[in-house]
Write a protein that binds this ligand. Structure first.
Ligand code: HEC
Length: 121
């Protein structure tokens, strides 16, 4: 008798798997749609890309949350520096900060980074 339950449980398991699978796929296609929409809003800075670029290239000195370390804190940067001054620091850094422009930080990432830095609190 218990043998009859197994197909049922498998069916329930499959439904659960499909149920869990669909939202993930929907998110993937949303992400693809969002990526596809980028050219239409090419002027818009991408905060997520800015954050990623920051974590990869800057966090080691300025702290994962911009709290500072080897370099000064990035938190509250908007109260000290303008976007132009951030650009200047990246293109020709003062002090011991390495030059990370034009690679790995290119013109596009520079805008994303600026937007990310200027909203750090
Ligand atoms: C190897 C360490 C190091 C890395 C990596 C680094 N910085 Fe810096 N950064 C510094 C130091 C040190 C200073 C202070 C320079 C000075 O004025 O003497 C600085 C200064 C700055 C300033 C000016 C801050 C102020 O208050 O005047 C900005 C903006 C900045 N960095 C942004 C970045 C960004 C964005 C990245 C990543 C793309 C980055 N830094 C990567 C070490 C680093």
């Amino acid at each position: 008798m218990s043998g009859l339950f197994h197909p049922h449980l498998i069916a329930v398991g499959l439904l659960a798997a499909i149920g869990l699978g669909s939202p993930a796929r929907a998110q993937d296609s949303d992400a693809a749609a969002a990526t596809g929409a980028v050219p239409a809003i090419a002027g818009e800075p991408d905060l997520a890309k800015g954050r990623r670029a920051y974590q990869r290239n800057c966090a080691v000195c300025h702290g994962p949350r911009g709290e500072g370390g080897l370099g000064p804190p990035m938190q509250g940067l908007a109260t000290r520096l303008s976007a132009d001054e951030i650009t200047r620091q990246l293109k020709s850094p003062r002090g011991s900060m390495p030059r990370l422009y034009p690679a790995p930080i290119d013109d596009r990432l520079l805008l994303d980074l600026q937007a990310y830095l200027l909203q750090l609190r």
